[in-house]
Structure formats: C-alpha cells, structure tokens
Ligand binder design. Structure first.
Ligand code: DAH
Length: 349
C-alpha cells in the first residue's frame, strides 16, 4: 500500500463523491449501483480493507477504523436516501390516485350502486316478475340453520363443502358466518306456511383462498318454491327463464346430476359460456359451459326439520353466486376486482 496519509485522503475524497451522488440519486436503481461502490466488488473501501494486513502494526488500527467508519457512514446515507425515495414514490402515487371527496359537482351525479348491487337488484326484478317475493336473513347463523336443519348433522361429510368461519362466542362451533344463503330457506319455512315462492339474496363467507374465480366473501341468491305437485320440470323451467332473462336470449342452461344434502335429487346448473358462446375456451376449460349454482327438489328431511308435512308438500330450491353471474355477463377476468373498490373499474358500470 502507498503512504497511509495519502491513502486516507483518497478514501475521504471517494467517500465525499459517493455521498454526493447518494444525496442526489433519484431512482432506487442508482442507489443499488452506489451500494455496490461502497461494499461490492470493485469498491475502493473493500480493496483498502483487504490490504490492511500488510501495513505496519501501528497503522493498521488507524486505517482500519477510518475505512470501517467511512463505509458505515455511506451505508447509513444509502438507507436514509432509499427511505426518502420510497416515501416520495408513495406520495406521488397518493397524489395521482387522490380522490377529492369534498368536491361538489352540481351537474353530474357522482357515485352509483356497485356492480354487484346492480346485478342483485336486476336479478330480484327478474324473480319478482316470475311471482317470487324477496326475503332476507342474518349473516351470522347458528349451527341449526346453516347445517343441521339442512340435513347436515354434526360430522356430516358434506359440511366439508363449506369451509366455515366460526365465531368465538357461545358454545364452540355454535355460531358462524353463514356459508350459504340456504339457511334463509329454513327460516322462511319456519315462519311462513306454504305455498311459498321466495328468493333470498345475501352475503356469504367461506374460508377460501381468493383467486380469479373465488373470493372468501361473496354474494348468493337462494330460491325456494314449496307447493303441491312441484316437479323437477318446474325447477328446470325456472332456471332456464331466469338465466335467459339475465344473460340474454342466446344463453342456454343445463342441469347436471350432483349432490347436496338438502335436495334429492340434486343438480348443478350451468349456462353456455358467455366468453366463447359455447364453443369452448380457457374460461370454461374447453367445455362450453360455466357452472352457476346448485339446485334440486327439497329433501323430505328438510321439510320434517321445519314441521312441513312432506306427504302433502313438495318443493324445489336453488342457490347461485351473484358475483359469478356478474363475472360471466361482463367477461371479467379476475373476480377480485369486485371487492377492491377501485374507481377506475367501478366507474365503467
Ligand atoms: N347452498 C349451496 C351452496 O352454496 C347451493 C345450493 C345447492 C342451494 C342446492 C340450494 C340447492 O338451494 O337446492 O353451495
């Protein structure tokens, strides 16, 4: 190593030059390059440190300390500048996305119902036109309504279809966020006597991981008809009628055999994929059909649970996702936008 005094003064001037460039850096990438000059390969400080061992013992400590301190000072400047840049990036983003909620625009009406609320009301209108009434039930449910009365006693394997959020209240497992709108059927049958034709919209919750087609909180509409002599054909006709009214006359529906504890027989209903019109695409996994919900004839066990005589009364029920309907009708690739409240999305509807 050359004379330690001139070595130290060179390090001081390198430090000053790097410090100046840190202070004026405007991009995180610049800081990464500067960090490399401080402690990466090619750093004069690292090189100096490596040569310390060859100095006379009395100089080692002095030079070692000087190099170490210079590096520490520069590292803390780097951290500080990175924080400043992040803060101003955040600030800029906030300024660009800022909403002035105090702004009064006298002419144009601002704000409108969320797309899902619009769809819910439109679907309610369709059902009202078909002679249904609209009913609602609570979002926090008891085990009886969400499961037991729907022919799912404790330990029934079908409970596994519904990954449930339980509340820390009352007996463990006795209170939950409802996992479907089917419990409202039970409430209705307990409080009204047949004939009944009602739809029951509402929010439901499941411990599901969000992805392009699922969110843990979503919306369903339940349907229930109880009368004498109700058949599967009545159910199929109802589904064909409402899907046609909501998705347009070119849409078709079909039923596929399935299983639900509260209906027998049970089916899933599907509509022709609105993205490809039924020819098969990625969204419908090439099948041309998209599943909307479940349905079936009310299981006699459910009638018995609510005190309706299954020898006299028959019925059908169905349940489907409103968010899924919206996704299909508007060709929305990722259903999570419905929960994010981003005005750039919401304003389009
Ligand atoms: N509750 C079911 C679910 O969320 C959907 C359903 C299936 C509702 C069949 C019904 C029915 O009324 O009859 O998966």
């Amino acid at each position: 190593m050359s004379d330690p005094a001139s070595e130290l003064s060179e390090l001081t001037s390198v430090e000053a030059s790097i410090a100046l460039r840190i202070a004026t850096a405007s991009e995180p990438d610049e800081l990464s390059a500067l960090a490399n000059e401080v402690n990466g390969r090619g750093s004069v400080f690292v090189a100096a440190r490596r040569q310390i061992g060859s100095l006379p013992p009395d100089e080692r400590r002095q030079v070692g300390r000087a190099v170490h301190d210079a590096m520490k000072r520069l590292e803390s400047l780097l951290i500080q500048r990175r924080e400043e840049l992040e803060a101003s990036g955040e600030e800029l983003r906030r300024r660009v996305e800022r909403l002035d909620l105090t702004e009064v625009v006298p002419v144009r009406r601002r704000g409108h119902l969320h797309l899902v609320s619009q769809a819910q009301m439109e679907l309610e209108d369709v059902f009202l036109g078909m002679g249904f009434v609209v009913a609602e039930g609570p979002e926090i449910e008891t085990d009886w309504y969400n499961f037991e009365a729907l022919n799912m006693p404790r330990d029934h394997p079908a409970r596994g279809m519904f990954d449930t959020f339980y509340l820390r209240a009352g007996e463990p497992g006795s209170l939950m966020l409802r996992t479907h709108t089917s419990p409202v059927q039970v409430r209705l049958m307990e409080s009204e006597s047949p004939p009944i034709s009602a739809v029951m919209p509402g929010v439901v919750h499941r411990r599901d991981t969000a992805d392009a087609r699922h969110t843990p909180t979503f919306h369903q509409i339940e349907g229930l008809v109880v009368d004498q002599g109700v058949t599967f054909a009545d159910l199929a006709g109802t589904i064909e009628a409402f899907t046609g009214a909501y998705f347009g006359p070119s849409s078709r529906s079909r039923l596929r055999p399935s299983y639900f504890p509260f209906t027998e027989p049970s089916a899933e209903f599907e509509i022709t994929c609105t993205i490809c019109g039924g020819s098969g695409c990625r969204t419908c996994s090439g099948t041309g059909w998209i599943e909307l919900g479940g349905c079936g004839l009310v299981d006699p066990a459910v009638f018995e649970a609510v005190g309706i005589d299954p020898e006299v009364w028959t019925g059908f029920a169905f349940g489907f996702g409103i968010d899924r309907c919206v996704q299909m009708r508007h060709g929305i690739a990722d259903i999570r936008v419905l929960m994010e409240n981003d005005l750039r999305f919401l304003e389009q509807f």
